[in-house]
Design a binder for this molecule. Structure first.
Ligand SMILES: N[C@@H](CCC(=O)N[C@@H](CS)C(=O)NCC(=O)O)C(=O)O
Length: 131
């Protein structure tokens, strides 16, 4: 884990995302998440990675939501690490934070995560039961 990577509530690891991709769930496909291959590590319970900055209400909301569900995360502070900011932008084609990954899947921002949750797609993703 790098100096600017923070483990959140109940987090179980520190594997960072890898390969750039323009794929994203977004608001147009919340019931059918596209998957972005970020690593070759096969895990049954996907790790949640959240790219954040220090002053970011949506980041706080995203972490509070995951915490309320008893789920952990790994936080990557892009305001402290320009290389991680570049990586986030390459992976997501977005500049805003938070950017949330569940395993290999780019969920998007806070609003995207909540939309996916309301559509019934987040819990299976967090449980690792999405094929
Ligand atoms: N709809 C987005 C809003 C995110 C947002 O506005 N984030 C702010 C910080 S709290 C940000 O990154 N602003 C700079 C930018 O959009 O590039 C979400 O739900 O995640």
């Amino acid at each position: 884990m790098g100096p600017y990577t923070l483990a959140g509530h109940g987090d179980g690891g520190s594997t960072a995302p890898g390969r750039p991709s323009s794929r994203s769930i977004g608001r147009r496909a919340i019931t059918a998440p596209r998957r972005t291959v970020l690593s070759d590590n096969a895990t049954t319970t996907p790790q949640v990675v959240i790219y954040t900055t220090a002053i970011c209400p949506y980041c706080v909301a995203a972490k509070n939501f995951l915490k309320s569900k008893g789920h952990g995360w790994t936080e990557v502070r892009i305001d402290l690490d320009p290389a991680e900011r570049e990586k986030m932008m390459a992976l997501t084609r977005r500049t805003s934070v938070p950017q949330i990954f569940v395993g290999d899947t780019h969920v998007g921002g806070y609003d995207d995560m909540i939309a996916l949750h309301r559509a019934g797609g987040l819990d299976p993703l967090l449980a690792g039961s999405v094929a």
